[in-house]
Ligand binder design. Structure first.
Ligand code: GDP
Length: 319
């Protein structure tokens, strides 16, 4: 892309125009090595346009069926509706089906907003693994969206280990659960109580089971995380009736603090190594070490993408 064309694309994306934004996101979803220089140029152009990282990245994770998609759609729409200065991007990592971006949020959310509302953006991506977690393109796309929007909501299917990646990515992690029939043992079995900053017990419109589950959840959090100075909040919501959603919004607003430089460096390092491992395997990681490691490359480059461009991958598959 020529410099003027890139400049025009970035100006459109910064204004949250549909097509430039879609094109920019597709560029960052492109995992081919040839795409790396284009990404580095786009990030540099974003910086020139003053689009620096500004979003709070919130992770919403939980088992399928807990109502995550409905809840996240409602939260995003309400966030945008209540404050005309705020924009929200939703990135849904969907292991089961590749839902096409755009219309789905408008279809299922009960909060109505104008069709062309630029301050609300929805995109879904496939997950890398069958068991959920984030995809290869997730971090690259988050790096763009966090420069264009005030909040980036990342919705993932959480089954154990995938929470760890979400924790690396997000500034705040919410675990979405639905009422269970039984006791706290069932919550414990999930084995994912340690990571979240806050819990959302959704579908609280179901009545008695929700009340029992709330107490069981409180007990199992206390059991899994003994002696914590301030126990994580549990929000009781219904994505259908809207109950409790304002409390989650208030929690998001209250925790909209920007990651400091050290936090950003550590996040870059983690995802740089993930990128090398995913694309080039163990051999690629060995080569990375010989080039000064992720930390060394990132320290010498202006941005994550520039460090990717500077990395020398294996020329041929090993063996
Ligand atoms: P996900 O798989 O976690 O993303 O869950 P979905 O958002 O697709 O929701 C799964 C099902 O639960 C759908 O039929 C929703 O309509 C329903 N659902 C979502 N939120 C609520 C809620 O708060 N209360 C009730 N009763 N049903 C809900």
């Amino acid at each position: 892309m020529t410099a003027p064309a890139l400049d025009e694309l970035i100006a459109g994306a910064v204004a949250l125009e549909k097509w430039p934004l879609a094109r920019l996101v597709r560029l960052f979803e492109d995992a081919r090595p040839e795409a790396v220089p284009g990404k580095a140029a786009a990030i540099a152009a974003l910086e020139t346009h003053g689009a620096l990282p500004r979003a709070m990245v919130a992770g919403f994770t939980g088992t399928p069926g807990s109502g995550k998609s409905t809840l996240v759609g409602e939260l995003a729409a309400r966030m945008v509706a209540r404050d005309p200065a705020i924009s929200v991007a939703v990135l849904a990592i969907d292991p089961s089906s590749y839902r096409s971006g755009g219309s789905i949020l408008g279809d299922r959310t009960r909060v109505h907003f104008p069709i062309g509302e630029r301050r609300l953006y929805f995109r879904s991506q496939p997950s890398d693994r069958e068991l959920g977690g984030i995809g290869r393109a997730t971090y690259p796309v988050v790096r763009v969206l966090e420069r264009l929007f005030d909040y980036v909501f990342v919705e993932t299917v959480g089954i154990g280990q995938s929470e760890v990646e979400v924790e690396r990515l997000a500034d705040r992690v919410y675990l979405v659960l639905q009422p269970l029939g039984g006791d706290h043992i069932q919550f414990m079995k999930a084995g994912i109580m340690e990571v979240p900053h806050a819990f959302i017990l959704n579908k609280c419109d179901v009545g008695a089971a929700a009340r029992r589950s709330y107490h069981a959840l409180r007990a199992s959090i206390d059991f899994a995380r003994p002696g914590e100075a301030s126990p994580p909040p549990i929000f009781r919501t219904s994505a259908l009736s809207g109950e409790g959603l304002d409390d989650v919004l208030a929690d998001l607003v209250a925790h909209r603090t920007l990651r400091d430089a050290a936090g950003r460096r550590e996040r870059d390092r983690y995802f740089f190594e993930k990128w090398v491992r995913d694309e080039y395997g163990r051999f690629g990681l060995d080569l990375l070490e010989r080039q000064g490691g992720a930390e060394g490359l990132l320290a010498r480059a202006a941005t994550f993408e520039a460090a990717q461009a500077a990395y020398r991958p294996p020329v041929a598959p090993p063996g």
